[in-house]
Each structure stands twice: as C-alpha cells, then as structure tokens.
Ligand binder design. Sequence first.
Ligand SMILES: C[S@@+](CC[C@H](N)C(=O)[O-])C[C@H]1O[C@@H](n2cnc3c(N)ncnc32)[C@H](O)[C@@H]1O
Length: 321
Amino acid sequence: MATLLVGYTASDLFERGKHGKKFTASWLNEDVTCHCLDIYHRHAIEKTHHVKAICTPHLPEGPWDVIRFKTGPKRMSGELALDQLQEIHLLMRQQKPAPKFELVYDGKERDRNDLLNKIKDDPDRVRDFSATWKASVPGIDPLTFTSFPGCFCHRRQDEGGLALAEVVSKDLSSSIQHSSLNPRRLLDMGCGCGLVGLLIARAVKGVSLVGVDSHSRAIEAANLNAQALGVEAEMILSDNGTPARMDGTFDVFVGNPPYYSDYRIAEVFLDTAKRALKPGGVCYTVCKNAAGLEPVQRQYFPDVEIIKRRGYAVLKSVKPL
Ligand SMILES: C[S@@+](CC[C@H](N)C(=O)[O-])C[C@H]1O[C@@H](n2cnc3c(N)ncnc32)[C@H](O)[C@@H]1O
C-alpha cells in the first residue's frame, strides 16, 4: 500500500514497547513516504527510522493508496492545515480510484470537523493562500514580497528582520563609500521569504546574495521574490549552513534565527557565519534580548557590538584577520 504521510515528525513515528522502550511504529512499512516541509524534519526522520522522507514545498503526486494527514493547533497554523488539506483534496480528485484519506487530529473534535467542513462545504473552490505585502528600508521605495503558509511571518514583515535590514543597509552603504571592495558577497541565513537579504540587495549597490533556509516554502517564496524584484540570488535549502565550497567567501553574514530550543539554532547560524565569512567579514544577528545572545555570539567572535533598533538588538561582530 503506497502511503503518504503528511505533517509527521520523527517523534510521531515511534511506538512505546515494554518498559517504555521506543521503537519505529509497526504500521510503518517500506512503502511509506513522509512528506516534510522543513528539511530538518526530513533529516530527523531519515536518521531515526528506515523510511523514505522527502522535503518539497508541495505534496508529491503519487499515485497513493492512502494519504494520512497529522495536524492540530499545536502543530501548525490553521491556514497551513487548510492549505495542506486542500492540496490533499486536489491530489485525491486527480486519482481514480481516490486514495483512502485519514485525518489524525491533535485537538478538539469540533475544530477537526470545522477544518474538514471548510473543504466539504465547497469542494470545487480552490483558495489561494499566498499573501503579498510591502516592506522598505530608508533610501528605497517599498518592495512587494510574497509569502505562503508555513513561511515565518506569513502575511507580514517581521520587525526584527526589518531592524536587521535597516542597520546592515546603513552600515554597508557607508562602508562601501570608503572601500574598494565591490561587489560584496552577502549570506542571509534563515532567509525566510527573503525579507532581509533582498532589502539589503536592493538598498546597497554591488551586493551579491545567497540565502539559506531549512523550510522548502521559504525557499520557494525567496526565489519568487528575488525574481520579481530583479535581484540575482542563489537560494539554498539547508538546515546546516552553506556548502563547504562557500567557506571563507562571504563579506557579510545576516541572520535572524529562531530562538526556540534555547540558542541551539542560533549556534548553527553563528557557526555558519564563522565558517562562511572571509577574515575581516562582518556578522550581524538580531534578537529581542541581547543579554541572552551576546555570550553565545562571543563563543564564535571575540567582540560584539550591540545596536538598538525598533525594540530589537542587532549584534555586530567582525571575524578576526
Ligand atoms: C525568525 S525567522 C527569520 C526569517 C527572515 N529572515 C525574516 O527576518 O523575516 C527564522 C528562519 O530560520 C529558518 N531556520 C530555522 N532553522 C534553520 C536552520 N537550521 N538552517 C536554516 N534556516 C533555519 C526558519 O525556517 C525561518 O525561516
């Protein structure tokens, strides 16, 4: 039975045996494919279970005998759940006979039924869940960005990202006036839909941009936005930084890391910054609380300057020569 699992993480694929010992669930057979939106989840599944996992912004076509969707309010936004349910519904309509569908809902029965009814009530309606919105830094006209459900800050700009873009655009514009270094290679890690890197690339002449994100829909949006804004950029899907061939090639690093799981992901970002930057290259990160991030950043760079903007702190460090 070709089975597609949607919305599952590595920990969902365990069962507990005697004495609480964890093992791969018995219902997982060789013909199971796990679809992940974030490559981190794909890697975690491949590491802990012998099961096929793929990471793409949209669901793979199949044919499938069974599609099983695990969702709920603590797992994903309501909009992403509806978007994925719509994709499943469209996949099922393409196939004759239609695959069997199972919804595994972590939440209230009423909310589960509400979600299903949104598709059942009007099965022919295909909703567009993308959003467009504007963002700008001083010196340029507002730019239009597109985002999708699943992207960080879908439907709006993040104030932390904007603070970072403002500080770096200003810094680079003034330093480029006093330097012969041109063009500058910029790495935007955790680029999301491209907000920070694309604003800087449009505000500062001669910037060549590489974006990295672990979320497939972020990369899809970042590519779309780069193209629409006429910025030549390479956008890479990765959860462990840039490829080794890019080590020591960047002049500037920007990162607005997520701060869940303490500073573990911020450390992945800072480790990438240290590797990717040339000696003399500059690393900028942003956070709400500089007191927490500063000691972490000091483990990677000897000096940290704190620049306050929009209620956020931008932490600036130079890689020693
Ligand atoms: C706080 S958001 C910032 C997005 C965007 N730069 C902005 O400012 O709007 C953090 C981003 O980091 C991405 N991310 C999380 N872990 C990552 C990892 N290990 N490698 C690359 N990106 C990661 C998330 O998918 C998310 O898009």
